[in-house]
Design a binder for this molecule. Structure first.
Ligand SMILES: C[S@@+](CC[C@H](N)C(=O)[O-])C[C@H]1O[C@@H](n2cnc3c(N)ncnc32)[C@H](O)[C@@H]1O
Length: 284
């Protein structure tokens, strides 16, 4: 941590790792730390942004760094022109994923390595105007537990859709479409959602909408989330509309991201249950 630091970059890229001092080619930078998960248990790893898959002794393994333990390896971003490379080092039979500098790195440069995918969502904007934005920090440095990523906030529930769109106002319409194409809006068939004006607004703004079967709240984890909010608010007695709004917001913000994550990862089980019940109601 003497030579590197974590820093919030922007709403799209989230956080990243930067050099605090020049780092010479060949130097050890950090270890990608987390929980080692071996074959047989890989199915239990939620497909998260912090899982590093690799082979060890011919077996499929993964370092699951989804738990924020304050280590910086989990914050290193992907690049097609990286200045670092992960090497697996065996210590007493246990693999360690170590990041080394593959070129001289200047102070304040972002540390990156190639995740190994050509079709990762952010690869599509390479070389475009948006690329500059993504590589230029726009926010002041925030470190430690204060670090938040607006994109994660959005995905994990804290930011509402309008907030997300506001952030997207940085971009041209075309660029916006690229980013919005990462997400699809899941909404039921309530008349307000299917109204002509809503549909044309979503269409004009390039927002994809998931196909949604009628009468299927058991497929939609938002229903469980709202029911948690309602339960938590049972004993609250707001006196007027503004107080009600504030209480809903406060209750919503008190739901830990893990709870949302749990609901999201239940989707495959929900789908299986609905198929098994041939479309009839399930326990969800
Ligand atoms: C291991 S995390 C890296 C740290 C992450 N930026 C954060 O704030 O927690 C991997 C995630 O970072 C984001 N990411 C990594 N490289 C990126 C890039 N070149 N452009 C945009 N987002 C990137 C993606 O959301 C990816 O799933």
């Amino acid at each position: 941590k003497d030579i590197i630091t974590g820093r919030y970059i922007n709403p799209i890229k989230g956080r990243g790792v930067f050099a605090k001092t020049p780092i010479l080619q060949g130097s050890f930078i950090l270890e990608y730390r987390g929980t080692l998960v071996e074959k047989g248990k890989l199915g239990k790893i939620n497909n998260n942004n912090y899982a590093y898959f690799f082979k060890h002794g011919g077996r499929d393994c993964c370092i699951d760094a989804s738990l924020d333990d304050g280590s910086l390896g989990r914050l290193v971003n992907d690049s097609q022109k990286p200045n670092g490379k992960i090497k697996k080092i065996d210590l007493g039979g246990k693999p360690h994923l170590c990041l080394f500098a593959i070129k001289d790195i200047n102070k304040d440069d972002e540390i990156t390595y190639n995740y190994g995918g050509q079709d990762l969502p952010w690869c599509s904007y390479c070389g475009q105007e948006l690329c500059k934005f993504v590589h230029e920090p726009v926010a002041p440095a925030i470190t430690g537990s204060e670090v938040t990523s607006a994109k994660e906030d959005f995905f994990r529930h804290k930011m509402d859709f309008n907030g997300f769109l506001k952030k997207l106002n940085f971009f041209s319409t075309e660029e916006r479409k690229t980013w919005i194409s990462w997400v699809a809006l899941g909404q039921d068939l309530a008349p307000a959602h299917t109204a002509k004006s809503t549909k044309s607004w979503l269409n004009d703004h390039g927002v994809g909408v998931l196909d949604w079967p009628a009468n299927s709240p058991d497929l939609n984890p938002i229903e469980n989330l709202w029911s948690i909010v309602k339960r938590k608010m049972r004993n609250k007695r707001p006196k007027h509309a503004d107080e009600l709004k504030a209480t809903v917001k406060e209750t919503w913000a008190s739901i830990p991201p893990q709870q949302c994550h749990k609901l999201i990862t239940s989707i495959p089980r929900r789908i299986e249950a609905v198929i098994k019940a041939k479309g009839a109601p399930t326990k969800y």
